[in-house]
Write a protein that binds this ligand. Structure first.
Ligand code: GLU
Length: 417
């Protein structure tokens, strides 16, 4: 999404820069970390239902392999660009590193609005994209997962396409699969559950609590919808939510079970009764204690950061705050739980799914939830301790941990040849 002068890759680079300086990184190592290792851009031709051929663009970027095979989602969106996928792949590297997972970062994207496709068209497009990137993915190489507008069904098609070309079923090539095909229990809820676990655990350190907090959630996809439910279950009052069509607000709190049912039936939250309409921009500035941006990048920027009323922001989306917004919010004492920590629950349970797929031995949902909780809290504690020690914001602290881990691994491995 390289619109209005905003470039996500630049965003990612400028987050790395001050951390590299603070760590005193060797300029060569810094150059390695800012440069995606491998980028594949492909044409994706597929047949529409009327028999015509459409060609869209797809990408898969593997940012860094110092800590292991690469991992990261695949996004379908009309605004996907190579620079966006580069940024998202770099954020995956830091996310895996801060969560202490044995993975590097990758990301995929196809520039298409999948809501305009029939199920058959979506399947043909997915299979062709999967086949085009199949040379560089694999259970020991690069393991895709769902992201914006992709889901378990899309992962099933990717797994099947990859498996057909190998002549055997390869479960470990994707995570976020349907449970019947070896997906992990608890993976679908994992991103949101990680957000809820970390907000509940970290808020008290800053004099806040989820219980009775007024919460606004931007985005009602997999992360935003389930986070609304989990945060409401923890006693929070969800006062506003939105999706790509707009938002709704009720100062007394929205009936979340009824809202989920409404979204399932109508495909949007906007027509939900007993709520006032608000735009996606207005939602961000609404009177609330906790704000959960769970949509896309660059939603809070220099233009609106000064008007945010929340005291705590948990980034369920990747890159929702620009670096300028970070500065403004830090000066205003707004606590930001950064994306690479806040939404790491998704890739943490992806890691568990990958392990289960490779071992062909599957865990109970409670085991998954318990292990997610301990991994997420371990990362959260480490980030809070680093922020205290370094007297910095939580993003800088998370980056200090993540970048140091990747830089150390890079140095220890040495440079080939
Ligand atoms: N797309 C998710 C993310 O941005 C999950 C990635 C994964 O599970 O590999 O973290």
């Amino acid at each position: 999404m390289t619109t209005n002068g905003y470039n996500p890759y630049q965003h990612a680079i400028s987050q790395l820069e001050p951390v590299a300086a603070r760590l005193g990184l060797d300029p060569g190592i810094h150059a390695m970390l800012r440069t995606p290792r491998r980028e594949l851009s492909v044409a994706v031709p597929f047949k529409r239902d009327d028999g015509t051929i459409e060609v869209v663009r797809g990408h898969r970027v593997q940012h860094n392999i110092a800590l292991g095979p690469t991992k990261g989602g695949i996004r379908y969106h009309q605004d996907v660009t190579l620079d966006e996928v580069r940024a998202l792949s770099m954020w995956m590297t830091w996310k895996c590193a801060v969560a202490n997972l044995p993975f590097g970062g990758a990301k995929g994207g196809v520039t298409i609005d999948p809501k305009k496709l029939s199920l058959g068209e979506l399947e043909r497009m997915t299979r062709r994209y999967a086949s085009e990137i199949s040379a560089i993915i694999g259970p020991n190489q690069d393991i895709p997962a769902p992201d914006v507008n992709t889901n378990a069904q899309v992962m099933a098609w990717i797994m099947d396409t990859y498996s057909m070309t190998r002549g055997t079923t390869v479960r470990g090539v994707v995570t976020g699969k349907p449970i019947d095909l070896g997906g992990s229990l608890g993976r679908n809820e994992a991103t949101a559950r990680g957000v809820a676990i970390l907000v509940r655990h970290m808020a008290p350190a800053y004099g806040m609590s989820v219980d009775n907090a007024k919460i606004a959630v931007q985005g009602y996809g997999n992360a935003g919808a389930i986070a609304s439910t989990l945060l409401a279950d923890l006693g929070g009052t969800i006062v506003a939510v939105s999706d790509s069509q707009g938002g709704i607000y009720n100062a007394k709190g929205l009936d979340i079970p009824a809202l989920r049912e409404h979204k399932r039936r109508e495909g949007t939250v906007t027509s939900f009764p007993e709520a006032e309409p608000v735009s996606n921009e207005e939602l961000l500035e609404i009177d609330c204690d906790i704000l959960v941006p769970a949509a896309l990048e660059n939603q809070i920027h220099a233009g609106n950061a000064g008007r945010i009323k929340a005291r705590l922001i948990a980034e369920a989306a990747n890159g929702p705050l620009s670096p300028e917004a970070d500065k403004i919010l830090f000066e205003r004492d707004v606590i930001v739980i950064p994306d690479i920590l806040a939404n790491a629950g998704g890739v943490i349970v992806s890691y568990f799914e990958w392990v289960q797929s490779l071992q062909e031995y599957f865990w109970t949902e409670q085991e998954v939830i318990d292990r997610l909780q301990s991994k997420a809290l371990e990362a959260g504690e480490a980030v809070m301790a680093m922020a205290k020690q370094e007297q910095c914001d939580l993003r800088t602290a998370a980056y200090l941990i993540a970048v140091r881990r990747v830089a150390t691994a890079t140095t220890e491995r040495g440079l080939f040849p």
